[in-house]
Design a protein around this ligand. Structure first.
Ligand SMILES: CCCCC/C=C/CC(=O)SCCNC(=O)CCNC(=O)[C@H](O)C(C)(C)COP(=O)(O)OP(=O)(O)OC[C@H]1O[C@@H](n2cnc3c(N)ncnc32)[C@H](O)[C@@H]1OP(=O)(O)O
Length: 392
């Protein structure tokens, strides 16, 4: 039997559509809207065939899954048997997209192909300057157009859990976005989740210095990571496409606006995990929603619906999932046309008053968490998840 990689390579462009030779320039000029048209989608399928280099199995599975979701909707195949490795991998990737709307899948497919085209050198010419894609990210899809830099968490099969690489890549993408010519920056998730929070396998890779060194390194990384959100100079908007857990929720207190699908939920189960709040939430949440409501979330782990989170001020506005992407991106594109320097300066005035305090809170939270990570309560919770005994 041919190796898995080769057999996937033969199937990664699942369309039977004929190759239509639209120039790549047309693809970019056609993209007057953030949402991909059917023509963009077809162009992207053709682009895939022109890639010179193999993008690897993980990407090919993503392409397959997004294609199926865009054309057929949620996974409708029965789960293949354990020995049917190829179809099981494909089924897993498609199924992980959950109820992601077809239009969003189509847009994500186009974005993914576009980022591949620039990173893997398509054999076609890409017109410079019309549209920019950041390259080289393993865990993110970063695009920049219409004055908006979109940073999309891109580990849908792991519910966009943040592994160590993703923490670094987000910091890198934020630093790049702070200097690019976009007016606003958006963070969102690919697939059915916004993010399931810290990747619990981050706890498994113990360095020679043991668990103490691991906890110390984790606290240093977390402090730097949250610091990037505190200092981010442009309007930063969260487009919460689905459930959000842990650090992906706490960070929302540092965003300038939070738009959520009515499918989204907000869950900070720190006590269940033997941990404590981060992302400056011990300071921002009581201010945003009252100390008692913040306690329900951060201490007792109460999960909020999008409507509840909006009523408590954590979320700016909730949209029906069926129109979420359309309504939010229309609004964001209008915001992105506002004078960028005025927006930056207004944000600075609001944020500067709080910056010193936020950095101090961040430092304290990281130091407390460093201790929590060494506790039996935390270790037991992580082992329990990793040995598949528990889920939220
Ligand atoms: C530098 C360090 C900084 C640390 C900062 C600290 C932050 C604190 C937090 O963020 S606390 C929150 C931690 N998150 C969790 O505890 C979530 C754990 N995940 C779950 O409970 C569930 O996966 C779920 C409820 C999110 C989704 O359940 P569902 O049944 O819909 O899906 P699966 O469980 O089958 O998930 C699909 C695959 O994704 C893997 N996965 C999901 N979330 C995580 C995660 N947080 N860490 C690691 N892996 C995760 C899951 O294991 C499945 O993988 P598999 O297909 O290989 O089995």
């Amino acid at each position: 039997m041919a190796p898995l990689a080769w057999r996937l390579a033969q199937r990664w462009c699942p369309s039977s559509l004929q190759v239509i030779s639209f120039p790549v320039l047309q693809l970019h000029l056609n993209r007057t809207a953030m949402r991909a048209s059917q023509k963009d989608f077809e162009n992207a399928m053709n682009q895939v065939k022109l890639l010179k280099k193999d993008p690897g199995n993980e990407v090919k599975l993503k392409l397959y899954a997004l294609y199926k979701q865009a054309t057929e909707g949620p996974c409708n195949m029965p789960k293949p048997g354990v020995f049917d490795l190829i179809n099981k991998a494909k089924w897993g990737a498609w199924n992980a997209l959950g109820s992601l709307p077809k239009e969003t899948a189509r847009q994500n497919y186009v974005d993914l192909v576009s980022s591949l085209s620039s990173s893997l050198e398509s054999s076609s010419q890409v017109e410079p300057g019309t549209d920019r894609k950041s390259t080289g990210y393993e865990t993110l899809m970063v695009t920049s157009e219409d004055g908006i830099t979109k940073i999309m968490l891109n580990r849908p099969t792991k519910k966009n859990a943040l592994n160590v690489e993703m923490y670094h890549e987000i910091m890198h993408a934020l630093k790049a976005a702070s200097k690019d010519d976009s007016a606003i920056t958006v963070l969102t998730g690919n697939g059915d989740y916004y993010s399931s929070g810290n990747d619990l396998t981050n706890f498994t890779d113990i360095p020679p210095g043991g668990v103490e060194e691991k906890a110390k390194n984790g606290a240093i990384l977390l402090r730097e990571f949250v610091g990037c959100f505190i200092d981010f100079p442009k309007p930063l908007i969260a487009v919460v496409n689905g459930p959000a857990v842990g650090i992906s929720v706490t960070l929302l207190g540092l965003f300038d606006a939070v738009y959520a699908s009515d499918r989204a939920t907000f869950h900070t189960p720190f006590s269940h995990l033997g941990q404590s709040p981060e992302g400056c939430s011990s300071y921002t949440f009581p201010k945003i929603m009252s100390p008692a409501k913040a306690t329900e979330m951060l201490v007792f782990g109460k999960k909020l619906t999008a409507g509840e989170a909006c009523a408590q001020g954590l979320v700016t506005e909730v949209f029906p999932d069926s129109t979420f992407q359309k309504e939010v991106w229309t609004r964001l594109k209008a915001f992105a046309k506002l004078p960028p320097n005025a927006m930056r300066i207004s944000k600075e005035i609001i944020r500067n008053r709080e910056k010193e305090k936020l950095h101090a809170v961040n430092a304290e939270e990281c130091s407390v968490l460093q201790g929590r990570w060494l506790s039996d309560e935390c270790m037991n919770a992580v082992v329990s998840f990793l040995s598949r005994k528990s889920k939220l």
